[in-house]
Design a protein around this ligand. Structure first.
Ligand SMILES: [Zn+2]
Length: 254
């Protein structure tokens, strides 16, 4: 553990993002994740894409450019995927690393509107980490694999293609004081509450809600918001469901 802690300190923050906590706790409970097909995929409507719920295999999604694509531990982006329309939103960021500032164009416009809307109501937000390339995630994972072997590395580092940050549709945000960036203490802040109440108006969802760990496979991350478009965002947030539930693709932790 000590050795791993030292290693983590040497890895640039842009390589870690949301998975930082997992990487520093290789033996935490998410290693026990098992999934079951809880709802037949045939029940999904014809307008929805079917996604894998089999924990033993990771499916490559067929619609990586879709604004509503589901990326999780069972459904990954194609190898080497790079969104074709990455731009840099005009919002404040915690640091100057350029790649992780990027988002896909529609999401970038939406996050600018969201930040402006928050500011009008006295809520100052700062971007922490948005896009992360497949190559960055692969480099990070390969590093851990060389250190610990695949079976250990996969328990604490996201496989390349399975991080939602690789879609260019997700961003971690924090409050204007810059504290609690992608950390548990962001929960309960006025900024977190504002996001919960208003993100859907701008086309975003709280991707990893509280008490949905058994479905998303991730602990509560009130700072991680994902663009899906306004109509879908309002449906998901008003029902209090997750993207997995919307697609009837529900991983369950035993
Ligand atoms: Zn995140």
């Amino acid at each position: 553990m000590l050795k791993k802690g030292i290693i983590l300190l040497t890895i640039p923050l842009w390589l870690t993002g949301c998975v930082q906590k997992e990487q520093s706790a290789p033996n935490n409970t998410h290693t026990q994740i098992k999934t079951q097909v809880s709802v037949s995929q045939t029940t999904a409507t014809s307008t929805k894409t079917s996604y894998s719920t089999d924990s033993d295999k990771v499916e490559v999604v067929q619609n990586p450019e879709s604004l509503s694509v589901l990326i999780n531990k069972q459904n990954r982006l194609p190898e080497g995927y790079v969104p074709s329309d990455l731009v840099t939103p005009n919002i404040p960021y915690l640091d100057s690393q350029k790649e992780k500032r990027k988002m896909r164009k529609e999401a970038a416009v939406a996050i600018e509107r969201l930040f402006a809307g928050a500011k009008e109501q006295g809520i100052i937000l700062i971007g922490v980490s948005a896009f992360r390339s497949y190559q960055s995630q692969e480099t990070l994972f390969n590093y851990y694999e060389n250190q610990d072997g695949y079976q250990n590395a996969v328990t604490y580092s996201a496989l390349p293609g399975t991080s939602e940050h690789e879609t260019g549709l997700a961003i971690d945000v924090t409050g204007g004081n810059g504290k609690c960036a992608a950390e548990d203490c962001f929960a309960g802040t006025k900024e977190a509450k504002w996001l919960q109440d208003h993100v859907a108006d701008y086309g975003f969802i709280i991707r990893y809600p509280d008490n949905k760990t058994t479905i998303t496979g991730y602990e509560y991350e009130p700072w991680h918001i994902r663009y899906v478009g306004t109509a879908l965002a309002k449906t998901i947030m008003s029902k209090g469901i997750t993207l997995e539930e919307y697609y009837n693709a529900v991983p369950i932790i035993n």
